[in-house]
Design a binder for this molecule. Structure first.
Ligand SMILES: Cc1cc2nc3c(=O)[nH]c(=O)nc-3n(C[C@H](O)[C@H](O)[C@H](O)COP(=O)(O)OP(=O)(O)OC[C@H]3O[C@@H](n4cnc5c(N)ncnc54)[C@H](O)[C@@H]3O)c2cc1C
Length: 292
């Protein structure tokens, strides 16, 4: 457990003030008991994974910030795997690929945790988490732990119906037999494409906006003339207009101002209201009902 821990260390954007308390539970029971104690004492609590899709506030966060990255248990089955929420998605994709198991190849370049990937229904290169999930173990606001089959909840484009309702503790995924060399080769090619098209050398949180139906957010932002433009230390990437990079000293408020300005400009120019994909964690409970 750490007190006054700098949130920027927990975010790929490298932005965020001090968190009052940060805790890395090592077991599901540990996580659940911290949740219960926080509820009893009325302390705000939120949960993140690898922080690759979040924007933390400059003023920091009160209460407890739980980080799942020490929940790394894994158990391989017969073309299935049961894995705890904090396991690195890209590592899992690589390990499955090396077994010649197909299904997660799309995820090799996505820098999140397995739990975060379910919550975001992460996807790329035509694949998404939804196709591989068999069941999930979840913690609910009333403290109950429930095993849900894939058909018990909805997943859509960067959408999971469990958001704001439950935390993902463990995930069971399925694979299909595949050609090991081909899977590894495709993952390698996808990684090269990312290196060529994404600003991976600068702190960022992936795509900031969702693609509107039938269009691409990056295309609209570039067409509106935002590529390379900055507010404070937040800059629209020269490489990919749907990425906002931290040029070194970016504040959360710079990123939010840039996001808002882009939304109004694209709205004025094209009549399309961009929606953010990135999660802005401003305060209070996130992950399990806001009002608790
Ligand atoms: C360079 C780069 C490239 C990226 N490319 C892609 C891409 O191609 N496709 C894509 O979909 N995304 C992409 N992303 C975004 C990001 O990696 C994914 O959204 C990822 O799934 C987030 O996982 P995380 O563990 O980092 O979640 P976090 O950022 O830690 O959290 C994201 C949200 O999920 C919630 N959450 C996290 N873990 C849990 C849990 N166990 N239970 C309940 N809620 C939870 C958090 O509260 C928060 O609301 C990219 C990001 C970067 C930096």
């Amino acid at each position: 457990m750490e007190k006054n821990y700098p949130l920027y260390l927990l975010s790929t954007w490298k932005i965020g003030g001090p968190a009052e308390t940060v805790y890395w539970p090592e077991t599901v029971e540990d996580l659940s008991s911290v949740w219960h104690r926080a509820q009893e004492e009325g302390i705000p609590v939120r949960l993140i994974g690898k922080g690759s899709n979040v924007l933390f506030p400059d003023g920091g966060l009160p209460g407890i910030t739980l980080v799942t990255t020490a929940l790394r248990g894994i158990c391989w089955g017969d073309y299935t795997v049961k894995v705890e929420a904090g396991y690195t998605l890209a590592r899992l994709a690589q390990e499955a690929g090396e077994r010649g198991w197909s299904g997660l190849g799309f995820a090799r370049g996505i820098p999140g945790s397995v739990g975060g990937a379910v919550m975001m229904n992460a996807g790329a290169h035509g694949g998404e988490m939804a196709s591989s999930i068999l069941r999930v173990k979840t913690l609910w606001a009333d403290g109950s732990i429930k095993q849900l089959e894939r058909t018990d909840f909805d997943l859509g484009y960067r959408y999971c119906s469990l958001r704001g309702q439950a935390w993902i503790l463990e995930v069971e995924l399925k694979f299909q037999p595949g050609d090991r060399n081909q899977i590894l080769q495709t993952m390698k090619e996808n990684l090269s494409k990312r290196k060529a098209n994404q600003p991976l050398q600068e702190p960022n949180a992936g795509s900031v906006f969702r693609n509107p139906p039938g269009d691409s957010a990056g295309r609209l932002i570039e067409a509106a003339g935002w590529k390379g433009k900055s507010i404070g230390g937040a800059k629209v990437s020269e490489k990919h207009a749907n990425f906002i990079v931290n040029t070194g000293e970016a504040k959360s408020e710079d990123v939010l101002a840039l996001i808002q300005t882009i939304i109004s400009d694209v709205q004025d120019k094209y009549g399309i209201t961009l929606q953010t994909e990135v999660e802005s964690i401003l305060t209070g409970n996130r992950g399990i009902k806001e009002d608790r």
